[in-house]
Design a binder for this molecule. Structure first.
Ligand code: 13P
Ligand code: SF4
Length: 399
């Protein structure tokens, strides 16, 4: 395979990266164009990127993605670290569908009766929204852990408000056996005055009426057409697609799920993918000659596309010149927004680690009867670390 010559921007970016060395980490989402993502040290879906940030030690984290992703990174970053987004106008259209003040107002109305309605916010929300969610005892989720987190949220109260993506909510609810009859889609017009409080009160799962315009372009008829042309083909989609599309597909999951599905497919497979076009085309190039990967239809996220190599280069030049415009976190939102993100990271950690007093905890029985101790979620293994004179020792790992 011949590699294309580097553009002027690409060459400059690589020079700036080597100049900055360990002071810089560039992270990027899978929907970024090839010319941008090729410079990223870390690539991932929303969950992986959020998980990786606390482990990054460099002075600068340049985020190739959309605004809410950079905001989450800024929230999880270390003291003194700067998170930079090459274009601050790269905002997720879905995230804009839940203004924080409107959410606060609607939640106030829905819980005025004393109902413990737990908000569960898709990570595609502003930091101000995550702060509102955190104040109401809720958490964040991503497409990779929505099922786990919806389960978590139901265990915290007597109902769940999922926002902003009604499609991800309904696709996740179906997996948990929650039917349309148990759900209610809010009418959030008239600054929240149009909300039907009676209908919302009866529903176990209340939905914000948001969606992703990029994934709304996929329809069941497109799946029907490709299956007609090749009955042996497989179709996989992102769960931001409508429930009708997800039902008609062979599988649905996060961008990482899609990548793994394609990479694990047998030689000769023919797969149609319903998600953002940059990821589909990258997979098609990567798998050329082994399997056929095609877009169910071409659908591009214009906000992800704003992070061009030119802007990435300008951001790195700014760092070298000492002229940066970091993402800032309003101090009043920092703690509650962090709480909502950390609830997700904790609930989805592979291990729940209990440090200190392990011996006593074990004597009390397992699983732990003490409600003050975090309860492990079903897929989580519990690691009990006890303190010894010499330091600490692992006392128990649950199966
Ligand atoms: P993932 O978390 O699956 O990468 O999705 C993020 C996103 O914005 C999809 O539109
Ligand atoms: Fe937001 Fe949709 Fe773009 Fe994802 S693809 S960043 S949900 S607008």
């Amino acid at each position: 395979m011949t590699t294309a010559p580097l553009s002027n921007d690409a060459r400059a970016i690589e020079e700036l990266r080597s100049k900055l060395g360990g002071r810089l980490t560039i992270v990027g989402h899978h929907y970024e164009q090839e010319a941008t993502i090729q410079h990223c040290d870390i690539r991932g879906d929303s969950l992986e990127l959020a998980r990786r940030v606390p482990g990054i030690a460099s002075d600068y984290i340049v985020f190739c993605g959309v605004y809410f992703m950079a905001e989450s990174a800024a929230l999880l970053a270390r003291e003194g670290q700067q998170v930079l987004l090459p274009d601050h106008s790269a905002d997720c259209v879905m995230a804009q569908m839940t203004p924080a003040r409107l959410l606060d107002r609607v939640l106030g109305r829905l819980t005025a009766s004393g109902r413990k309605l737990v908000p569960l916010a898709y990570v595609n929300t502003s930091l101000a929204v995550k702060a509102v969610v955190g104040r109401y005892g809720g958490a964040v989720c991503t497409s990779a852990n929505a099922e786990k987190m919806m389960n978590w949220a139901f265990r915290q109260g007597d109902g769940v408000l999922f926002l902003p993506d009604k499609n991800l909510a309904r696709n996740t609810a179906r997996k948990l056996g929650i039917t349309g009859r148990d759900t209610h889609i809010l009418d959030v017009r008239k600054t929240g005055e149009a909300v039907d409080l009676e209908a919302a009160d009866k529903a176990a799962l209340v939905l914000w009426p948001g969606l992703c315009a990029i994934h709304a372009r996929f329809h069941p008829e497109q799946i029907e057409a490709v299956r007609k042309a090749d009955p042996s083909c497989k179709v996989i989609v992102h769960p931001e697609c409508s429930p009708e599309v997800v039902r008609a597909a062979d599988g649905a999951g996060s961008t990482t799920y899609i990548i793994e599905y394609v990479r694990n497919a047998p030689d000769g497979a023919h797969i149609y993918v319903g998600t953002e076009i940059n990821l589909v085309e990258r997979l098609a190039r990567e798998q050329e000659g082994r399997i056929r990967v095609e877009a169910l239809r071409s659908s591009a996220c214009s906000n992800m596309a704003k992070i061009t190599p030119e802007k990435l280069r300008a951001t790195l030049e700014g760092i070298v010149a000492g002229n940066t415009d970091p993402i800032t976190v309003p101090s009043e939102d920092s703690a509650p927004a962090k709480a909502s993100l950390e609830r997700m990271l904790e609930a989805c950690a592979k291990f729940l680690m209990l440090v200190g007093g392990g011996e006593n905890l074990l004597k009390k029985g397992f699983p732990f009867p003490n409600p003050a101790i975090a309860e492990p979620i079903p897929s989580q293994r519990v690691l009990v670390v006890g303190k010894t004179r010499g330091g600490s020792s692992v006392e128990h790992i649950s199966a």
